[in-house]
Design a protein around this ligand. Structure first.
Ligand code: ADP
Length: 181
């Protein structure tokens, strides 16, 4: 099932994000940037040791206390088909004093901004925060669709955004709850 929005600039699909052939894939990282479970572990495994090495350097030089929630950094893609990985820290649902939606929105916006700054034209996102970080999938769909639409309406560098869901059911939950106008 591939569903399109915004005239095909946003594509919803089902699959494993480590197999994406877009120029950049987004990692739903945690603030340590040292890898972890879920999509983070899968991306580090598929990319190889150079990804962790670059993340360690970013921690040392810019974020000794970890990458704050809502922010994103970019590395090369190592052994992945994607040339770049954009690592973003999503909010842990319910632990941000009512700011979960703003922080999730910031995450997507910062990833898209980094992509555009690096002249990246195609980028794939996993469903940030909706696994271990427990963000309700229907709510996350509303937040992500709105920020992506807003960004793409003001930026022409990025030609296509792929939203990659790990199950058909998750893709369906997105398609039934988007806020694209
Ligand atoms: P978070 O800690 O941000 O919640 P998770 O990795 O636990 O991150 O989950 C985020 C989303 O990524 C979940 O919806 C999960 O089903 C999905 N996911 C896990 N592995 C993959 C993968 N290989 N490709 C795409 N999505 C994945």
């Amino acid at each position: 099932m591939n569903e399109n929005f915004m005239g095909g600039r946003v594509v919803v699909k089902f699959g494993d994000i480590t197999q994406e052939e877009t120029e950049a894939i987004v990692n739903a990282a945690n603030s340590t940037l040292m890898g972890g479970g879920g999509v983070d572990g899968a991306i580090h495994d598929a990319a190889g040791a150079s990804l962790l090495y670059e993340c360690k350097k970013i921690r040392q030089s810019n974020y000794p206390n970890g990458l704050p929630t809502g922010e994103a950094v970019i590395t090369a893609g190592g052994d992945l088909k994607a040339k770049f990985v954009i690592h973003a820290v999503g909010p842990i649902y319910g632990s941000n004093k009512g700011k979960d939606a703003q922080l999730l929105s910031d995450c997507y916006a910062n990833c898209l901004r980094l992509a555009a700054e690096n002249n990246i034209k195609t980028v794939s996102f996993p469903s940030i925060s909706t696994g271990a970080f427990a963000y309700p999938k229907e709510e996350a769909a509303q937040v992500s669709s709105q920020v992506i639409e807003d960004f793409l309406n003001h930026n022409l560098t990025i030609t296509q955004v792929f939203l990659v869901f790990y199950s058909q059911d998750d893709a369906r939950k997105f398609v039934e709850n988007p806020k694209f106008s």
